[in-house]
Design a protein around this ligand. Structure first.
Ligand code: ADP
Length: 627
C-alpha cells in the first residue's frame, strides 16, 4: 500500500464513521421530535374537542331556556296542549341553533318533537320518539326539581335514526316543574364543527365501544369501517375512567396511515362516551424524510469538503517524500546530478536538504575518484609502455649474450674452471631471456594483443609437457608431482602453447613455494555448475606455505608479490625462489582469453605448518570431442 493511502485511509474511515454517526443521531433526534409533535397535536386536538363539547352544551342550554321562557310554553305543557306548543315553538325554532327539540311532560310523554331535516327546515315528529324513556331525562323528571341542573347524553333519535348530542333542562311554572326541554345537535354537525376547530378527524364511540360516527373522509357511512375502529368494552371502561387523552394505535385505510388518540367524552362530570382524534401520520413521515435527506446531503457535502482538505494536506506531506524517493532512486541508478528540490522548513525539508548535501559531497568524491583513476590509468599505460619498450630493447642484446655464452661454454670443455664460469653466463642469460619473454607476454595481454591459435587438443597432454620441463627440478627438490584424472579429460579448443605457459607458471610456483619433500597434485574433471554449461576444471594443489586471504585476488596482478623481496632466493625453482611477479598475471590473462576463470583457495600463509594452496582453472568446453 502506498504511503498516500496509508495517510488518507484512516482519515477517510474516521470521516465516514463521524458522518454516518452524525446523520444517524440527527435523524433519530428529528424522528423523536416529530413523534412528540404528533402526540402533542393529538393531545391538543383532544382538548379542543372537550372544550367544543362544553361550548355546545352552553348553546343547548341557551336554546332550551329561550324555549322554556317563551310565554305560554310552560303553561301549555302543564295543560298538555300540544297544538299550542307546536304553534308557539315552531316559529322560533327556525332561528335557534338546534337540530332537535323535544318537549316532554313530567311523565315523559312527548308533547312536541321537532327535527331539522337535511333541507334545514323543522319537521314535526311528535309522539314518534322515546325521549321520555332516556335515563338522563327520566332522572331529570323524577327529581321534580325546577332548579335541577341540566342532563345530557348521546342518543339515537328513532324518528330519523341519527345520533344526537342531547342536553335537557327542567321547565317550571310558578316554581313547579312541569316537564323538560331536550335540545340536540346531530353528531355529524357536531363532529364537523369539532373537526374544523381541532384540525383533526374525530370519532365518537357509543356505550362499551362501538364506533358511532367519524369524520374520516368518505368513511362515515361505511359500517364495516366503523366496526373496524370499534374498541373493546374493557378499553372503553378504562378510557371513560381516565382523565386524559391517551395515545392509541396507528392504523391504515385507503393506503394512508393514521395515528389515533382517545379520551373520555365528558361534560360537567357526565360521562357521555369516548371520543377519538385522528391525525394522518404521513405528514410527520414526509417531513421526517425531508429533514433526513437534507441532513444526509449536508453531511455528504461536509464529508466531501473534509476529504478534499485531507487530500490536499496529504499531498503537502507526501509530495516531498515522493520527490525524495525519486531522487534517491535516480542516485542509486548512478545519476548524481539529481536533487530533491524540496524547500519546506519542516523535518522532511531538513531530511531533503541533508540528502542533497550528501549527494553533492558524493558527486565531488566520485569526480575526485574519476580523476585519480584516470591518472592511474595513464600511469599504468606508461608502465606498460616502459615494460614493452625495455623488453624489446633488451631482447636483441640478450639473444647475442645468450648465443656467445653458449659458444663460450662449448669451447671451454678442456678448462673446467673457465667452463664453470661460462655455465654461469649461460644460466644467467637464459633466466634473463625468460624474464624478458614474460614481460612481453604481459604487455601482449594488457594491450589485448594475445592471439589464440586454438586446436582441439587433450589438455592432459599439455599438462604432461609442462611437467616434463620440471622433471629435474622436482627430483632436485625431492618433490612428488602426481596427476589425477588429467588423462581422462576430453579434447577441446585451446591454444596449446599458451596453455603450456599457464601450467608452466603454476607448476613452477608450486615448486617454488613448497618445501623440499612436499607434494604437488594436478587433478582434472568436468563440472556442470550451471545446467547445460559444462566446464573443464583443472586444480594445481601443493603442500606449500599457502597464501593469506587478503592476497587471493591480488596475486593475479602483475608485479604483485606477497612476501618480502629480500627473502627470495635467487634460483628459479629453489624454495621461495624469487621472481618478478608476472607468472600469475600471465596465467590470468591466458585463461581469460580462453573465456575461463582462475582463482586460488588457501587457508592462509604459514611457513611452519604448510597449509598449501589450490589454484583452480575453469575452461568452457567448446568444440569438445570426447576421448
Ligand atoms: P613470482 O614470479 O613472484 O612467483 P607470481 O605472479 O607467479 O610471481 O606469483 C605472485 C605471488 O604469489 C608470489 O610472489 C607468491 O608470493 C604468491 N604465490 C604464487 N604461487 C604460490 C603458491 N603456489 N604458494 C604460495 N604462494 C604463491
Amino acid at each position: 500500500m502506498s504511503i498516500r493511502f496509508k495517510v488518507i485511509l484512516p482519515y477517510l474511515l474516521l470521516t465516514l464513521v463521524v458522518a454516518i454517526t452524525g446523520v444517524y443521531v440527527v435523524t433519530k433526534l428529528v424522528a423523536n421530535s416529530l413523534g412528540e409533535r404528533l402526540t402533542n397535536q393529538l393531545l391538543e386536538a383532544g382538548r379542543v374537542v372537550s372544550d367544543g363539547m362544553a361550548r355546545q352544551e352552553n348553546k343547548h342550554i341557551e336554546v332550551a331556556r329561550i324555549v322554556a321562557f317563551t310565554r305560554g310554553v310552560a303553561d301549555a305543557m302543564q295543560k298538555d296542549e300540544q297544538g299550542t306548543l307546536a304553534s308557539l315553538a315552531k316559529p322560533i325554532a327556525g332561528g335557534l341553533d338546534a337540530e332537535d327539540l323535544i318537549l316532554v311532560d313530567l311523565q315523559g310523554k312527548e308533547l312536541l318533537h321537532l327535527v331539522k331535516g337535511r333541507d334545514g327546515t323543522f319537521q314535526e315528529a311528535t309522539g314518534q320518539g322515546n325521549a321520555g324513556t332516556w335515563p338522563f331525562v327520566q332522572t331529570l323528571l323524577a327529581s321534580h326539581n325546577a332548579q335541577n341542573v341540566p342532563g345530557r347524553s348521546i342518543r339515537l333519535d328513532p324518528t330519523n335514526q341519527r345520533y344526537y348530542y342531547f342536553s335537557a333542562i327542567p321547565v317550571s311554572l310558578n316554581n313547579q316543574m312541569v316537564g323538560g326541554i331536550i335540545v340536540g345537535t346531530s353528531l355529524d354537525t357536531l363532529m364537523s364543527t369539532l373537526k374544523s376547530t381541532s384540525l383533526a378527524d374525530i370519532i365518537f364511540y357509543g356505550d362499551n365501544g362501538p364506533a358511532l360516527s367519524t369524520t374520516l373522509i368518505g368513511q362515515q357511512d361505511t359500517a364495516s369501517f366503523l366496526n373496524s375502529l370499534a374498541i373493546s368494552p374493557e378499553l372503553y371502561q378504562q378510557i371513560t375512567a381516565s382523565d386524559t387523552v391517551v395515545n392509541g394505535e396507528n392504523f391504515s385505510t385507503d393506503g394512508r396511515w393514521y395515528s389515533l388518540a382517545r379520551g373520555p367524552l365528558r361534560v360537567s362530570n357526565d360521562a357521555l362516551g369516548v371520543f377519538g382524534v385522528i391525525l394522518p401520520v404521513d405528514f410527520v413521515v414526509t417531513s421526517g424524510a425531508i429533514s433526513r435527506n437534507t441532513y444526509i446531503l449536508i453531511f455528504a457535502l461536509a464529508m466531501i469538503a473534509v476529504i478534499l482538505v485531507g487530500y490536499l494536506i496529504s499531498r503537502l506531506i507526501i509530495n516531498p517524500l515522493y520527490s525524495l524517493m525519486r531522487t534517491s532512486q535516480a542516485i542509486a541508478g548512478g545519476d548524481l546530478t539529481q536533487r530533491t528540490h524540496v524547500k519546506s522548513k519542516d523535518e522532511i525539508g531538513t531530511l531533503a536538504s541533508t540528502f542533497d548535501e550528501m549527494t553533492a559531497r558524493l558527486q565531488e568524491r566520485s569526480a575526485e575518484l574519476e580523476r585519480a583513476n584516470h591518472i592511474l590509468e595513464q600511469m599504468d599505460k606508461t608502465k606498460l609502455t616502459f615494460i614493452s619498450v625495455s623488453a624489446h630493447e633488451l631482447r636483441t642484446p640478450l639473444t647475442l649474450i645468450q648465443g656467445y655464452s653458449q659458444m663460450l661454454h662449448s669451447k671451454t670443455k678442456e678448462n673446467p674452471e673457465l667452463q664453470q664460469l661460462a655455465k654461469g653466463l649461460v644460466d644467467g642469460s637464459d633466466r634473463m631471456v625468460d624474464v624478458v619473454n614474460n614481460m612481453l607476454d604481459v604487455t601482449r595481454i594488457d594491450s589485448n594483443m594475445l592471439k589464440l591459435m586454438k586446436a582441439n587438443i587433450p589438455i592432459g597432454a599439455v599438462v604432461m609437457r609442462a611437467r616434463t620441463t620440471f622433471e629435474a627440478a622436482l627430483k632436485q627438490r625431492n618433490l612428488t608431482l602426481s596427476t589425477d584424472g588429467i588423462d581422462r579429460m576430453p579434447s577441446f579448443g585451446i591454444d596449446p602453447d599458451l596453455m603450456y605457459k599457464v601450467f608452466y607458471h603454476l607448476i613452477m610456483n608450486a615448486i617454488k613455494y613448497t618445501p623440499d619433500g612436499g607434494k604437488i597434485t594436478i587433478s582434472g574433471c568436468v563440472v556442470e555448475e550451471t545446467p547445460g554449461k559444462r566446464e573443464a576444471e583443472i586444480v594445481v594443489s601443493d603442500t606449500g606455505i599457502g597464501i593469506d586471504q587478503q592476497h587471493h585476488e591480488l596475486v593475479f596482478e602483475k608485479f604483485y608479490q606477497t612476501g618480502e623481496l629480500h627473502l627470495h632466493s635467487s634460483g628459479q625453482t629453489k624454495y621461495k625462489g624469487g621472481g618478478p611477479g608476472l607468472g600469475l598475471a600471465i596465467v590470468h590473462g591466458i585463461v581469460e582469453a580462453h573465456g575461463g576463470r582462475v582463482w586460488v583457495e588457501s587457508p592462509g600463509h604459514d611457513e611452519q605448518n604448510f597449509p598449501g594452496s589450490r589454484f583452480f582453472i575453469r575452461l568452457p568446453l567448446e568444440g569438445v570431442s570426447e576421448k
